[in-house]
Design a protein around this ligand. Structure first.
Ligand SMILES: Cc1cc2nc3c(=O)[nH]c(=O)nc-3n(C[C@H](O)[C@H](O)[C@H](O)COP(=O)(O)O)c2cc1C
Length: 353
């Protein structure tokens, strides 16, 4: 049967040749000291240029936003030059690529920040789990609370990184407010105990998106959210109310798309779809890689306009062709998932012929 994921998409601010996007995935292969993308990263993304849209791995927009060894940045000319090679390779293969801006806030560690303490909305540490450093896993540290002026500076850092993304040839920017990282920390009751204006949980994410949109144009700006996703000690007391406010504030501002990760008990996708007049990209996050039948159902029923696959795209660089052929899929391996060289990165086979 014809897959609706293969239909072109012509949205208000986004035109794509198909609806099977590649979800952002950290792969930790940038130069760890400089944060500059390496040549194998250009090859990796170019292999996946048949995606309707590629969303890059998370990229730090500020040096205190780095989330792990080998995670790339977008804060200086060398990083911009490195990314230019990536975007050029993707465009040469006929693809499109957005940069994901990913400030991890309290999920970082002094080892990743030249000894600096990670920053967060409030000085509340993550109590379980560990942060991945060059010396292996380490416990999370108590972060430093950002001053009101520093929060405003962080808004501007995101805008500056977005300008860098465009200078590097990216077609747009996806701001991460998902999965428990800095913007999601502001959104969460468990991580945001501020008493200034940013005690309003949605204020910082809205300001970041508005600043990025003002810097590079709303049609090149997108937002990723994962309502009610509880990893990294995130507790949202009333996700429906909070995300309706966030989405309501940004609806009608002409963004490229809203990216909703469906993973919690709150049915975010169904609840927010009618409240969002623009393009909606969806990802279901569960223990198994996102099934294409569920993605097709979401697009066929209008729940999503575009669907972003993570692990299936990681393991199947020619995913749209496999969908068209009704072919099977390579399984994503743990080998080479984070860090390393070409193994588990560039060597997933394509269909023959
Ligand atoms: C190796 C790996 C790295 C990831 N890195 C990021 C990231 O940098 N930013 C992000 O927003 N999501 C990240 N994710 C989450 C994916 O974008 C996606 O939401 C999740 O894998 C569920 O989709 P799937 O079932 O299609 O894999 C990552 C997932 C994987 C497997």
């Amino acid at each position: 049967m014809h897959s609706p994921l293969l239909d072109p998409y012509r949205g208000p601010n986004l035109h794509l040749p198909n609806r099977a996007a590649m979800a952002p995935m950290t792969r930790s292969r940038a130069d760890d000291v400089t944060g500059v993308p390496t040549p194998i990263m250009a090859a990796y993304y170019a292999q996946r240029a048949a995606a309707g849209l590629i969303v890059s791995e998370g990229i730090w927009p500020h040096r205190l936003g780095k989330g792990g060894p080998g995670v790339p940045g977008l804060t200086d000319p060398a990083q911009v030059a490195g990314w230019r090679e990536v975007t050029r390779a993707v465009h040469a293969e006929g693809g499109r690529i957005f940069a994901q801006l990913w400030h991890v806030g309290r999920v970082s560690h002094p080892d990743l920040l030249d000894g600096a303490r990670p920053v967060a909305p409030s000085a509340v540490a993550i109590t379980s789990g560990a942060v991945h450093t060059a010396d292996g896993p380490k416990p999370y540290v108590r972060p430093r609370e950002l001053s009101t002026a520093e929060v405003a500076a962080s808004v501007e850092a995101h805008a500056e990184a977005a300008r860098n993304a465009v200078a590097a040839g990216f077609d747009g920017v996806e701001v991460s407010a998902a999965y428990g990282y800095l913007l999601a920390q502001f959104l969460a009751d468990s991580a945001n105990r501020r008493t200034d204006g940013y005690a309003d949980h949605v204020r910082f994410p809205i300001e970041v998106v508005e600043a990025v949109a003002a810097a590079i144009g709303p049609e090149r700006t997108a937002l990723r959210i994962s309502p009610d996703h509880t990893q990294l000690d995130i507790v949202e007391a009333d996700p429906a109310t909070r995300y309706r406010r966030l989405v309501g504030a940004l609806d009608g501002t002409g963004l490229a798309y809203l990216h909703v990760v469906q993973s919690g008990a709150y049915p975010a996708l169904a609840d927010l779809r009618p409240r969002w007049g623009g393009t909606l990209m969806a990802t279901y996050d569960g223990p198994e890689p996102g099934g294409h039948e569920r993605a097709e159902h979401a697009v066929r029923t209008g729940l999503a306009d575009v669907y972003a696959f993570g692990r299936l795209f990681l393991a199947n660089p020619d995913l749209p062709r496999r969908l068209a052929a009704g072919a099977g899929f390579n399984r994503p391996l743990k080998t080479g998932r984070y860090g390393g060289g070409a193994e588990g990165y560039l060597d997933y086979p394509r269909l023959d012929g």
